[in-house]
Design a protein around this ligand. Structure first.
Ligand SMILES: Nc1ncnc2c1ncn2[C@@H]1O[C@H](COP(=O)(O)OP(=O)(O)O)[C@@H](O)[C@H]1O
Ligand SMILES: [Mg+2]
Length: 295
Protein backbone atom coordinates (compact mmCIF):
# COMPACT_ATOMS: atom_id res chain seq x y z
CA UNK A 1 0.00 0.00 0.00
CA UNK A 2 1.36 3.38 -0.98
CA UNK A 3 1.24 5.85 1.87
CA UNK A 4 0.17 9.32 0.94
CA UNK A 5 0.70 10.64 4.45
CA UNK A 6 2.25 9.36 7.63
CA UNK A 7 2.66 11.33 10.81
CA UNK A 8 4.83 10.22 13.66
CA UNK A 9 3.98 11.46 17.14
CA UNK A 10 2.94 14.94 16.12
CA UNK A 11 2.61 17.23 19.11
CA UNK A 12 1.76 20.88 19.50
CA UNK A 13 1.40 23.27 22.40
CA UNK A 14 -0.17 26.69 22.59
CA UNK A 15 1.43 28.20 25.67
CA UNK A 16 0.84 25.61 28.36
CA UNK A 17 -2.03 23.99 26.54
CA UNK A 18 -1.09 20.77 24.78
CA UNK A 19 -3.43 20.65 21.80
CA UNK A 20 -1.81 17.71 20.00
CA UNK A 21 -0.30 14.84 21.89
CA UNK A 22 1.64 12.28 19.89
CA UNK A 23 -0.68 11.86 16.93
CA UNK A 24 0.46 9.17 14.47
CA UNK A 25 -1.66 8.87 11.36
CA UNK A 26 -1.31 6.70 8.30
CA UNK A 27 -3.24 7.55 5.14
CA UNK A 28 -3.28 5.14 2.22
CA UNK A 29 -3.47 6.27 -1.38
CA UNK A 30 -7.01 6.37 -2.70
CA UNK A 31 -8.72 6.51 0.69
CA UNK A 32 -11.16 9.09 1.95
CA UNK A 33 -9.65 9.63 5.36
CA UNK A 34 -11.75 11.34 8.00
CA UNK A 35 -10.20 13.06 11.00
CA UNK A 36 -13.13 12.98 13.37
CA UNK A 37 -13.32 14.75 16.70
CA UNK A 38 -15.40 17.22 18.68
CA UNK A 39 -14.71 20.95 18.36
CA UNK A 40 -11.37 21.91 19.84
CA UNK A 41 -9.91 18.42 19.51
CA UNK A 42 -7.04 19.57 17.28
CA UNK A 43 -8.20 18.82 13.74
CA UNK A 44 -7.47 22.22 12.22
CA UNK A 45 -4.18 22.36 14.11
CA UNK A 46 -3.21 19.02 12.58
CA UNK A 47 -4.08 20.12 9.05
CA UNK A 48 -2.26 23.43 9.55
CA UNK A 49 0.91 21.59 10.56
CA UNK A 50 0.62 19.23 7.60
CA UNK A 51 0.40 22.23 5.26
CA UNK A 52 3.34 24.02 6.89
CA UNK A 53 1.09 26.84 8.02
CA UNK A 54 2.28 26.38 11.61
CA UNK A 55 5.21 24.36 12.97
CA UNK A 56 4.78 21.30 15.15
CA UNK A 57 6.28 21.17 18.61
CA UNK A 58 7.73 17.72 18.06
CA UNK A 59 7.18 14.68 15.90
CA UNK A 60 7.36 14.51 12.13
CA UNK A 61 5.34 13.78 9.02
CA UNK A 62 5.93 12.55 5.52
CA UNK A 63 4.02 13.27 2.33
CA UNK A 64 4.32 10.59 -0.36
CA UNK A 65 6.92 8.82 1.78
CA UNK A 66 9.26 11.82 1.67
CA UNK A 67 10.04 14.63 4.07
CA UNK A 68 7.86 17.64 3.24
CA UNK A 69 9.36 19.78 0.50
CA UNK A 70 8.38 22.27 -2.15
CA UNK A 71 7.87 19.64 -4.84
CA UNK A 72 5.57 17.33 -2.89
CA UNK A 73 3.67 20.33 -1.51
CA UNK A 74 2.52 21.00 -5.08
CA UNK A 75 0.82 17.59 -5.15
CA UNK A 76 -1.51 18.66 -2.32
CA UNK A 77 -4.66 20.75 -2.74
CA UNK A 78 -6.19 22.21 0.38
CA UNK A 79 -9.22 24.04 1.64
CA UNK A 80 -8.41 25.11 5.17
CA UNK A 81 -10.53 28.21 5.40
CA UNK A 82 -12.96 29.80 2.97
CA UNK A 83 -10.95 31.57 0.29
CA UNK A 84 -11.64 35.23 -0.39
CA UNK A 85 -13.39 35.33 -3.72
CA UNK A 86 -14.41 38.65 -5.23
CA UNK A 87 -18.21 39.00 -5.04
CA UNK A 88 -18.58 41.07 -8.24
CA UNK A 89 -16.37 38.84 -10.35
CA UNK A 90 -17.51 35.72 -12.15
CA UNK A 91 -16.63 32.22 -11.03
CA UNK A 92 -14.24 31.91 -13.94
CA UNK A 93 -12.53 35.23 -13.26
CA UNK A 94 -12.11 34.32 -9.59
CA UNK A 95 -10.45 31.05 -10.59
CA UNK A 96 -8.19 32.91 -13.02
CA UNK A 97 -6.96 35.02 -10.14
CA UNK A 98 -6.41 31.89 -8.02
CA UNK A 99 -4.58 30.21 -10.91
CA UNK A 100 -2.37 33.24 -11.39
CA UNK A 101 -1.36 33.20 -7.73
CA UNK A 102 -0.55 29.50 -7.90
CA UNK A 103 1.22 29.80 -11.26
CA UNK A 104 -1.16 27.42 -12.98
CA UNK A 105 -2.27 27.84 -16.61
CA UNK A 106 -5.84 29.05 -17.24
CA UNK A 107 -6.40 25.97 -19.40
CA UNK A 108 -7.07 23.98 -16.21
CA UNK A 109 -10.01 26.13 -15.19
CA UNK A 110 -12.59 24.56 -17.48
CA UNK A 111 -11.83 21.10 -16.09
CA UNK A 112 -12.16 22.04 -12.42
CA UNK A 113 -15.36 23.99 -13.09
CA UNK A 114 -16.80 20.89 -14.73
CA UNK A 115 -15.65 18.67 -11.88
CA UNK A 116 -17.54 20.76 -9.33
CA UNK A 117 -20.57 21.22 -11.59
CA UNK A 118 -20.22 24.97 -12.05
CA UNK A 119 -19.16 25.13 -15.68
CA UNK A 120 -22.60 26.30 -16.80
CA UNK A 121 -22.44 29.05 -14.18
CA UNK A 122 -18.90 30.22 -14.92
CA UNK A 123 -19.97 33.69 -16.05
CA UNK A 124 -22.17 34.38 -13.03
CA UNK A 125 -20.96 36.63 -10.26
CA UNK A 126 -19.74 34.87 -7.14
CA UNK A 127 -22.20 36.85 -5.00
CA UNK A 128 -25.16 35.25 -6.79
CA UNK A 129 -24.08 31.76 -5.73
CA UNK A 130 -25.69 29.69 -2.96
CA UNK A 131 -23.45 28.72 -0.04
CA UNK A 132 -23.10 25.24 -1.50
CA UNK A 133 -22.00 26.67 -4.86
CA UNK A 134 -19.52 28.98 -3.13
CA UNK A 135 -18.04 26.00 -1.36
CA UNK A 136 -17.89 24.05 -4.62
CA UNK A 137 -16.00 26.93 -6.20
CA UNK A 138 -13.58 26.83 -3.28
CA UNK A 139 -13.04 23.14 -3.93
CA UNK A 140 -12.52 23.93 -7.63
CA UNK A 141 -9.82 26.36 -6.60
CA UNK A 142 -8.17 23.71 -4.41
CA UNK A 143 -8.22 21.33 -7.38
CA UNK A 144 -6.21 23.74 -9.58
CA UNK A 145 -2.79 22.28 -10.20
CA UNK A 146 -4.17 18.76 -10.47
CA UNK A 147 -3.31 17.65 -6.92
CA UNK A 148 -3.13 13.99 -5.87
CA UNK A 149 -4.43 14.75 -2.38
CA UNK A 150 -7.18 17.06 -1.28
CA UNK A 151 -7.33 18.32 2.30
CA UNK A 152 -10.68 19.66 3.46
CA UNK A 153 -11.42 21.22 6.83
CA UNK A 154 -15.10 20.92 7.80
CA UNK A 155 -16.20 21.27 4.17
CA UNK A 156 -19.94 21.25 4.89
CA UNK A 157 -19.97 23.65 7.83
CA UNK A 158 -22.79 26.14 7.63
CA UNK A 159 -24.43 24.58 4.58
CA UNK A 160 -28.08 23.66 4.25
CA UNK A 161 -29.00 20.00 3.68
CA UNK A 162 -28.95 20.42 -0.10
CA UNK A 163 -25.51 22.07 -0.01
CA UNK A 164 -24.25 19.33 2.31
CA UNK A 165 -25.45 16.63 -0.08
CA UNK A 166 -23.79 18.41 -3.04
CA UNK A 167 -20.44 18.63 -1.29
CA UNK A 168 -20.59 15.01 -0.11
CA UNK A 169 -21.34 13.81 -3.63
CA UNK A 170 -18.56 15.97 -5.00
CA UNK A 171 -16.05 14.55 -2.51
CA UNK A 172 -17.00 11.03 -3.53
CA UNK A 173 -16.79 11.74 -7.25
CA UNK A 174 -13.40 13.41 -6.81
CA UNK A 175 -12.21 10.36 -4.89
CA UNK A 176 -13.44 8.09 -7.67
CA UNK A 177 -11.03 9.88 -10.00
CA UNK A 178 -8.25 8.53 -7.80
CA UNK A 179 -7.56 11.46 -5.48
CA UNK A 180 -6.87 10.77 -1.85
CA UNK A 181 -9.05 12.89 0.41
CA UNK A 182 -8.26 13.93 3.95
CA UNK A 183 -11.27 15.45 5.61
CA UNK A 184 -11.58 16.96 9.07
CA UNK A 185 -15.05 16.88 10.55
CA UNK A 186 -16.81 17.01 13.90
CA UNK A 187 -19.79 15.20 12.41
CA UNK A 188 -19.90 11.48 12.89
CA UNK A 189 -22.65 11.24 10.32
CA UNK A 190 -20.52 12.93 7.67
CA UNK A 191 -17.53 10.67 8.23
CA UNK A 192 -19.73 7.61 8.26
CA UNK A 193 -21.38 8.58 4.98
CA UNK A 194 -18.35 9.84 3.08
CA UNK A 195 -15.15 8.30 4.42
CA UNK A 196 -13.48 4.93 3.92
CA UNK A 197 -11.10 5.42 6.86
CA UNK A 198 -11.29 7.36 10.09
CA UNK A 199 -9.05 8.59 12.87
CA UNK A 200 -10.89 9.73 15.97
CA UNK A 201 -9.16 12.36 18.05
CA UNK A 202 -10.13 13.88 21.34
CA UNK A 203 -8.25 16.67 23.09
CA UNK A 204 -5.28 16.14 20.80
CA UNK A 205 -5.04 12.42 21.48
CA UNK A 206 -5.62 9.82 18.79
CA UNK A 207 -8.15 7.35 20.15
CA UNK A 208 -8.41 4.94 17.25
CA UNK A 209 -7.91 4.75 13.48
CA UNK A 210 -8.85 2.30 10.77
CA UNK A 211 -11.57 1.45 8.31
CA UNK A 212 -14.87 3.20 8.93
CA UNK A 213 -16.93 0.04 8.68
CA UNK A 214 -14.72 -1.66 11.26
CA UNK A 215 -14.37 1.20 13.71
CA UNK A 216 -17.85 2.55 13.53
CA UNK A 217 -19.17 -0.96 13.10
CA UNK A 218 -22.57 -1.63 14.39
CA UNK A 219 -22.52 -4.65 16.60
CA UNK A 220 -25.03 -7.10 15.26
CA UNK A 221 -27.93 -7.68 17.64
CA UNK A 222 -31.32 -9.25 17.28
CA UNK A 223 -34.56 -9.16 19.21
CA UNK A 224 -36.18 -12.54 19.67
CA UNK A 225 -39.49 -13.69 21.07
CA UNK A 226 -41.14 -17.12 21.21
CA UNK A 227 -44.17 -18.71 22.85
CA UNK A 228 -41.82 -20.60 25.12
CA UNK A 229 -39.27 -18.08 26.34
CA UNK A 230 -37.53 -20.57 28.65
CA UNK A 231 -36.89 -23.03 25.82
CA UNK A 232 -35.67 -20.13 23.68
CA UNK A 233 -33.16 -19.12 26.36
CA UNK A 234 -31.83 -22.68 26.64
CA UNK A 235 -31.37 -22.94 22.87
CA UNK A 236 -29.61 -19.59 22.70
CA UNK A 237 -27.22 -20.53 25.50
CA UNK A 238 -26.32 -23.75 23.71
CA UNK A 239 -24.96 -21.93 20.66
CA UNK A 240 -21.74 -19.89 20.97
CA UNK A 241 -22.93 -17.62 18.17
CA UNK A 242 -25.12 -15.87 20.72
CA UNK A 243 -22.67 -14.13 23.02
CA UNK A 244 -24.85 -11.98 25.18
CA UNK A 245 -28.49 -12.49 26.03
CA UNK A 246 -30.52 -9.84 27.81
CA UNK A 247 -34.19 -9.81 28.67
CA UNK A 248 -35.90 -6.60 27.71
CA UNK A 249 -39.60 -6.50 28.64
CA UNK A 250 -41.12 -9.48 26.86
CA UNK A 251 -38.21 -10.27 24.51
CA UNK A 252 -34.56 -11.24 24.44
CA UNK A 253 -31.99 -8.84 23.00
CA UNK A 254 -29.13 -10.99 21.78
CA UNK A 255 -25.65 -9.92 20.73
CA UNK A 256 -24.21 -12.02 17.92
CA UNK A 257 -20.57 -13.04 17.66
CA UNK A 258 -20.68 -12.38 13.92
CA UNK A 259 -23.12 -11.28 11.34
CA UNK A 260 -25.45 -14.09 10.41
CA UNK A 261 -28.70 -13.70 8.61
CA UNK A 262 -32.02 -13.66 10.36
CA UNK A 263 -32.96 -16.64 8.21
CA UNK A 264 -30.12 -18.70 9.72
CA UNK A 265 -31.16 -17.76 13.24
CA UNK A 266 -34.73 -18.65 12.47
CA UNK A 267 -33.69 -21.98 10.96
CA UNK A 268 -31.50 -22.89 13.92
CA UNK A 269 -34.25 -22.21 16.43
CA UNK A 270 -36.91 -23.87 14.32
CA UNK A 271 -34.75 -27.00 14.20
CA UNK A 272 -34.67 -26.86 18.00
CA UNK A 273 -38.46 -26.90 17.99
CA UNK A 274 -38.81 -23.20 18.79
CA UNK A 275 -40.92 -21.21 16.33
CA UNK A 276 -40.23 -17.50 16.78
CA UNK A 277 -43.06 -15.04 17.20
CA UNK A 278 -40.73 -12.06 16.79
CA UNK A 279 -37.35 -11.63 15.08
CA UNK A 280 -35.83 -8.23 14.33
CA UNK A 281 -32.33 -6.88 13.77
CA UNK A 282 -31.21 -4.11 16.02
CA UNK A 283 -28.34 -1.73 15.35
CA UNK A 284 -26.41 -0.08 18.10
CA UNK A 285 -26.80 3.63 17.80
CA UNK A 286 -23.66 5.04 16.14
CA UNK A 287 -23.97 8.31 17.93
CA UNK A 288 -23.84 6.42 21.19
CA UNK A 289 -20.75 4.52 20.09
CA UNK A 290 -18.98 7.73 19.05
CA UNK A 291 -19.83 9.28 22.40
CA UNK A 292 -18.53 6.19 24.17
CA UNK A 293 -15.26 6.54 22.27
CA UNK A 294 -14.88 10.25 22.91
CA UNK A 295 -16.21 10.44 26.46
N1 LIG B 1 -3.67 30.20 17.65
C1 LIG B 1 -4.07 29.58 18.76
N2 LIG B 1 -3.68 29.99 19.97
C2 LIG B 1 -4.05 29.37 21.11
N3 LIG B 1 -4.83 28.26 21.13
C3 LIG B 1 -5.26 27.78 19.95
C4 LIG B 1 -4.91 28.41 18.70
N4 LIG B 1 -5.48 27.69 17.70
C5 LIG B 1 -6.15 26.69 18.30
N5 LIG B 1 -6.03 26.72 19.64
C6 LIG B 1 -6.60 25.76 20.59
O1 LIG B 1 -6.16 24.48 20.21
C7 LIG B 1 -7.17 23.52 20.42
C8 LIG B 1 -7.45 22.78 19.14
O2 LIG B 1 -8.01 23.66 18.20
P1 LIG B 1 -8.37 23.24 16.72
O3 LIG B 1 -7.20 22.55 16.11
O4 LIG B 1 -8.87 24.44 16.02
O5 LIG B 1 -9.53 22.19 16.96
P2 LIG B 1 -10.65 21.64 15.96
O6 LIG B 1 -10.25 22.06 14.58
O7 LIG B 1 -10.64 20.17 16.18
O8 LIG B 1 -11.95 22.24 16.39
C9 LIG B 1 -8.37 24.27 20.97
O9 LIG B 1 -8.36 24.16 22.37
C10 LIG B 1 -8.10 25.68 20.52
O10 LIG B 1 -8.71 26.59 21.41
MG1 LIG C 1 -11.37 23.11 13.16
Amino acid sequence: MTKVLTTDNLSKKYGLLKVLNGVSLSVEKGSIFGILGPNGSGKTTTLSILLDVIPQESGSFQWFEEAPNYQNRKRIGALLETPNFYPYLSAEKNLQIAAQIKGIPYTEIEGVLKTVGLFERKNDHFETFSLGMKQRLAIASALLGNPEVLLLDEPTNGLDPQGIAEIRNLIQSVAEKGLTIILASHMLDEVEKVCSHVAIIKKGVLLVQGKVDEILSQEPMVELKAENMDALLVALKENPLFIEIKKELDKYVVKLSKSISNAEINQYLFNKGIPLTHLASRKKNLEKQFLELTN
